[in-house]
Structure formats: structure tokens, C-alpha cells
Design a protein around this ligand. Structure first.
Ligand code: DGL
Length: 247
């Protein structure tokens, strides 16, 4: 199967990493809208418009499916994107909520959802988690993590002080949904902060689990063809892809 992976920028490479680890696809086409990132501070109509443009871009390839790795786009634009797409589109919000539900036996579990301002404002995770029976939810927009990760800061005093800033009123969660492509890169620091008993839900792992339930993957592809596209500075994206995906 040939898959398109869309993100607002580089963060969706964390989802590609999971796809590669599970060897699901024969060919991966990645498109990052690096010219217009971040999406997480934009309004609904802009996010939908950008999502529709990504579907148009992917029409240049004969894809079997599209994965929207970006939580912000998954929260706002999936229905509109599906209307104009000739292949199925899967988002990470639905997958993340399902993954949380599969991991947590107790419906009273305390779940903390982290995301961009737009993702948290959309209440997309809350709606799905509520419909899965979870009511004990906390949400927090933690947009500063995005530029921190882009600076390749994965721990240390700057990150720790943002944890203190954002989490001072958070009561210890049983699970944390990393509802943004960038957050898996600081998962070690988050795990240390919240402690080993807190489960972290990663969009990449969640979408793999979700797709494995939807499709029968008969073959494994240990060396898929990959193409990387970006709306600005594709060389920088390719260099980062090499660094992140090879490590
Ligand atoms: N990719 C976005 C997300 O997962 C984070 C970066 C942005 O704000 O565009 O929500």
C-alpha cells in the first residue's frame, strides 16, 4: 500500500517513524507545510483550507490512503478533506482516543490531553473520550513545546520550566495523550515528570494500532520507498527526516 502522510511541518515525522518501525507500507509520501507552520494558533477555516490544499497535493500520487499526522488538522478538517479525496483519510485524534481507551481499563481514569491551542479549543479529544465513557478529563494547550522541540531541546531547564508553568494545576494523570506531533520527542522528559505509572499515548503508535484493526497487512516492508515534500525549504525537511528516522 502507498500512503500519504500530511503534517503542518516536520513533526509528522514522528508518525512516519512509527509507520517505519511497524513496516506497514511499501511507499510513503510525506508532505509538510513548512511554509505555513504552525497551524496550532490558526483559526478553523484556515486549518480546513490548508487541509483541503494538502488533499489536492496528494492527488498527484496514486495513494491508497492518507494519514493526517497533524492533530490540529485531524481535529478540524477531516470531514471536509474526506469529501474531496478519492482515497480514505485517517486522522490521529480518533486513533489517539481509541488507544487511550484500549490502554485504560478503568473508565474513571484521569486522562490529560495536551495539544496546540487550536486542538484543545476544538474539544475533539474530549468529545471522543466522552463517547468512549471517559469523563475524568483534563486538557491543556501547551503550544510552547512546539518551538522548543523545533530547537531540538528535548530536556533541561527551559523545558522543565515550561512543565512547571503548564502543569502547576494538573492533578496526577493516569494517562497523557500527546495530542501534537512534536510531543513524542519530549516523551522521556514528560514520563520523568509525571512518573512511570502514567501512560503516554503517542499519535504514531496510536494510528498504527488503529490501522492494524482496519486493514489486514499481509506483508512487511522493511525498506519502503520514501519521498519527502515541503512547501518551504524541502532540503531542511529531508535532512531532519534522515536524522530522526535513522536514529
Ligand atoms: N502538527 C501540529 C499538531 O500536531 C503541531 C504544530 C503546529 O502547530 O502546526 O497539532
Amino acid at each position: 500500500m502507498k500512503v500519504g502522510v500530511f503534517d503542518s511541518g516536520i513533526g509528522g515525522l514522528t508518525v512516519v517513524k512509527s509507520l517505519l518501525e511497524h513496516q506497514l507500507f511499501e511507499e510513503i509520501i510525506y508532505y509538510g507545510d513548512t511554509a505555513r507552520v504552525p497551524y496550532g494558533i490558526k483559526d478553523k477555516n484556515t486549518i480546513i483550507r490548508y487541509g483541503l490544499e494538502a488533499v489536492e497535493f496528494f492527488k498527484n500520487f496514486e495513494l491508497d490512503l492518507i494519514i493526517v499526522a497533524c492533530n490540529t488538522v485531524s481535529a478540524y478538517a477531516l470531514n471536509e478533506m474526506r469529501e474531496i479525496s478519492s482515497c480514505p483519510i485517517y486522522g490521529v485524534v480518533e486513533a489517539g482516543a481509541m488507544a487511550a481507551s484500549n490502554t485504560l481499563e478503568d473508565k474513571n481514569a484521569n486522562i490529560l490531553v495536551l495539544g496546540t491551542k487550536a486542538t484543545i479549543k476544538s474539544k475533539a479529544y474530549e468529545l471522543r473520550l466522552h463517547s468512549l465513557g471517559f469523563k475524568n478529563l483534563q486538557t491543556k494547550a501547551t503550544g510552547l513545546f512546539v518551538p522548543i522541540v523545533e530547537e531540538e531541546i528535548y530536556d533541561g531547564p527551559i523545558l522543565q520550566s515550561t512543565f512547571t508553568h503548564y502543569f502547576k494545576e494538573i492533578t496526577s494523570p493516569d494517562a497523557v495523550i500527546l495530542g501534537c506531533t512534536h510531543f513524542p520527542l519530549i516523551s522521556d522528559a514528560l514520563q520523568n515528570y509525571f512518573g512511570e505509572d502514567t501512560k503516554l499515548i503517542h499519535s504514531g503508535e496510536a494510528i498504527v494500532e488503529y490501522l492494524e484493526n482496519e486493514f489486514t497487512f499481509k506483508e512487511k516492508f522493511d525498506n519502503p520507498k520514501m519521498k519527502f515534500f515541503a512547501s518551504e525549504n524541502p532540503d531542511a525537511l529531508k535532512a531532519l527526516a534522515k536524522k530522526w528516522l535513522d536514529s
